[in-house]
Design a protein around this ligand. Structure first.
Ligand code: UDP
Length: 383
């Protein structure tokens, strides 16, 4: 049997390991630098309160791909969950994404959907024909007041970069609605795993041909030589020992608090003012409304530029990073017997469902192609 090394135990690594193991043709070693599996989706019970905690920040599973929804439901049971976010601004607290209620409350109006649409259209800056930046996209579609109150401060804190210099695609993640629908996502299927995300990864790795090695940092020298093929889901620049430079990431720091009862009465409250140092507060017992807890645990979330030993979360992807990524991609394509996968391996801002879809796609290609033709740098659904 061929020996496969998988680096990283997030969705990318665990899915490829599981799919290859099921063929019966491979022995798989999976190497994880942290003390736990699941990457940034890892969940655990908070020892003090008993609340299921998303250790690396809120993860609400959402997808419009039926095959992916069906697939994740084979791995664990999900309960329906709708993410209803509140945003704190200088003018008060409002539902987000911007919807009919947000508009009426914010402007002190009582618009019908059609009136609200006409009103927002009157605020939009139509001199911007083809918005390129985050700021232009906001000014073009919701106008200055909503941009400054809901997006400008939050985005400066989240990305550390002025919205003039960020791509419009980041804002396009958020809908604007002229109904009272305050669901954060548009996806057809939305939910949270009943027992958290960690059991998904345990199930994927539960196969006699898979051996998990926790607390094992990958090095090309040791692991590369010991396997016939490597699937690498760590940061692409780290794989090449940063030899042509470092790709930039934002990292998050979570400040933990507990108390009796509830702190904010809902799962996620965003703080949009620049003067407040954290971006949002997540109170995790509201992610499992089917459980009952007398105590609560909540986390203030602080965003900053990732330094050497910080956990990478968000690829920044400004022009410099994109040029460097292209150079790393060239190296990756030349690298023999390695596939680069996932958010870190391909340096893209990917949601969970996209990572899952891509991993399954890579696995199906590997099932039909000879090893020499396995895809090195697959970007089937690149964003
Ligand atoms: N955003 C904002 N204000 C908010 C929430 C989001 O300005 O209250 C902006 C911010 O730049 C963020 C982007 O919208 O990065 C996309 O938000 P999303 O919730 O998709 O980010 P994620 O869930 O990946 O943290």
């Amino acid at each position: 049997m061929k020996k496969i090394g998988v680096i990283g135990s997030g969705f990318s690594g665990c899915i490829i390991a599981n799919e290859l193991a099921k063929t019966g043709k491979y022995i798989i070693d999976i190497y994880e630098a942290r003390h736990h599996i699941g990457g940034n989706c890892y969940t655990e019970k908070d020892p003090e309160t008993g609340v299921m905690v998303h250790a690396y920040g809120p993860h609400i599973f959402n997808t419009s791909k039926k095959d992916i929804w069906d697939y994740v439901n084979t791995l664990t049971s999900f309960k329906p969950y709708i993410n209803r976010v509140k945003a704190v601004t200088d003018k008060g607290i409002f539902p987000l994404p911007i919807n009919l209620r947000t508009i009426n409350l914010f402007f002190g109006e009582n618009f019908t959907p059609a009136e609200a649409e006409t009103f927002i259209d009157s605020l939009a800056d139509k001199t911007i024909a083809d918005p390129q930046s985050f700021e232009e996209q906001a000014l073009r579609f919701v106008g200055k007041a909503l941009y400054e109150n809901f997006f400008k401060g939050y985005t400066l804190k989240q990305w550390g970069i002025h919205p003039q210099h960020l791509p419009a695609s980041i804002l396009k993640r958020l809908p604007v609605r002229f109904t009272d629908d305050d669901n954060y996502y548009n996806s057809t299927y939305q939910g949270i795993p009943t027992s958290g995300y960690t059991p998904i990864f345990q199930k994927l790795l539960d196969h006699p041909h898979i051996t998990l090695h926790l607390n094992k940092k990958f090095t090309r020298q040791t692991h590369g030589a010991a396997h016939d093929y490597i699937f690498y889901s760590g940061p692409i620049d780290a794989y090449f020992d940063y030899k042509i430079g470092k790709l930039q990431y934002r990292t998050l720091r979570f400040e933990r608090h507990t108390q009796e009862g509830s702190f904010q009465g809902s799962a996620v409250v965003n703080y949009c003012q620049q003067e407040i140092p954290y971006t949002r507060i997540s109170e995790h017992k509201f992610f499992t409304p089917w459980e009952h807890h007398t105590q609560t645990v909540y986390f203030k979330e602080y965003s900053s530029l990732a330094q050497d030993n910080d956990t990478p979360y968000y690829p920044i992807r400004l022009l410099d990073d994109k040029a460097l990524l292209e150079a790393y991609e060239k190296l990756a394509v030349e690298e023999k017997k390695v596939s680069f996968m996932g958010r870190l391996g391909t340096y893209r801002y990917l949601d969970m469902d996209v990572v899952i879809a891509e991993s399954l796609d890579i696995a199906s290609k590997c099932a039909t192609l000879p090893m020499e033709q396995w895809p090195t740098f697959p970007q089937s659904t690149s964003k």
